[in-house]
Ligand binder design. Structure first.
Ligand code: URA
Length: 210
C-alpha cells in the first residue's frame, strides 16, 4: 500500500526563487543561488516534526531547558544535480550526516544508471532526507528510495524543487512511505522526459553543460 504525503510549498519567496530557476536568462550562479534558497525553505518546512530532546542549559541569567534535535536525519543528495541542495540542508542541520547516491540518466531510455552509493550499512530508525531538484519519471528517485529502504530506512522525506505528475504517480505507486516537499507540480513530461514548463536540465543549469 502506498502512503505518499505531498506538500507543495506555495510561499511567495519559494515561488519567486523558482521563477529565477525557470528563467532561461538566469546565469549558472543565479540558478545555484535560487536552488540553495529553495532547498533551505523546503528543508525548513520538511523538518517541522523532527523529534526533539530537552537539554538542560544555563543562560547568563538562569538555568532553563532548551531543545536539541534528538535524531538528526541522514541527508542524501542525489548526484549530480542534488549537490546544489546539499550545503543548504547541511547549514540548517549541522548535526546531521551526509550520504551520497550517484545516478546518471541514460538519455535514450531515460533509465537511471547507478554509479555510486556511499551510505551507512544500516538506516534502521534513522530519518532520511533525499535531495534532488527534479522528480521527472521518478526512475532515479525510486532507485535511490529502494536502496535506502533496503538498508532499513522507513522514514523517507524527499525534497524536490520541481515535480512532474508522472513522477509523482510513480512515487505514489511505489508502496514506500514517502513524504514529498516541493515548490511545484508542473504540467507534464515532454517526449525527452523533461518537465514542462520545467527549467531544463538542473545539472547543466548549475554546473554548465557536459
Ligand atoms: N531532469 C532535469 O534536470 N530536468 C528535467 O526536466 C527532467 C529531469
Amino acid at each position: 500500500m502506498s502512503s505518499l504525503q505531498t506538500t507543495v510549498v506555495d510561499h511567495p519567496i519559494v515561488q519567486a526563487r523558482l521563477t529565477v530557476m525557470r528563467d532561461e536568462t538566469s546565469s549558472n550562479a543565479e540558478f545555484r543561488a535560487a536552488l540553495r534558497e529553495i532547498a533551505s525553505l523546503l528543508v525548513y518546512e520538511a523538518t517541522r516534526e523532527l523529534e526533539r530532546a530537552d537539554v538542560p542549559i544555563s543562560t547568563p541569567v538562569a538555568p532553563t531547558t532548551g531543545t536539541a534535535i534528538a535524531n538528526p536525519p541522514l541527508l542524501v543528495p542525489v548526484l549530480r544535480a542534488g549537490l546544489g541542495m546539499a550545503e543548504a540542508a547541511f547549514n540548517l542541520l549541522p548535526e546531521s550526516q551526509m550520504g551520497f547516491v550517484g545516478l546518471a540518466r541514460d538519455e535514450e531510455t531515460h533509465e537511471p544508471t547507478p554509479y555510486m552509493a556511499s551510505l551507512p550499512e544500516s538506516l534502521a530508525g534513522r530519518p532520511v532526507l533525499v535531495l534532488d531538484p527534479m522528480l521527472a519519471t521518478g526512475g532515479s528517485l525510486l532507485h535511490c528510495l529502494h536502496l535506502l529502504a533496503s538498508r532499513g530506512a522507513t522514514d523517507l522525506t524527499v525534497i524536490c524543487a520541481l515535480v512532474a505528475p508522472e513522477g509523482h504517480a510513480a512515487l505514489g505507486g511505489s508502496g514506500l512511505p514517502i513524504r514529498l516537499f516541493t515548490a511545484s507540480i508542473d504540467e507534464r513530461l515532454n517526449e525527452n522526459a523533461y518537465i514542462v514548463p520545467g527549467l531544463g536540465d538542473a545539472g547543466d543549469r548549475q554546473f554548465g553543460p557536459r
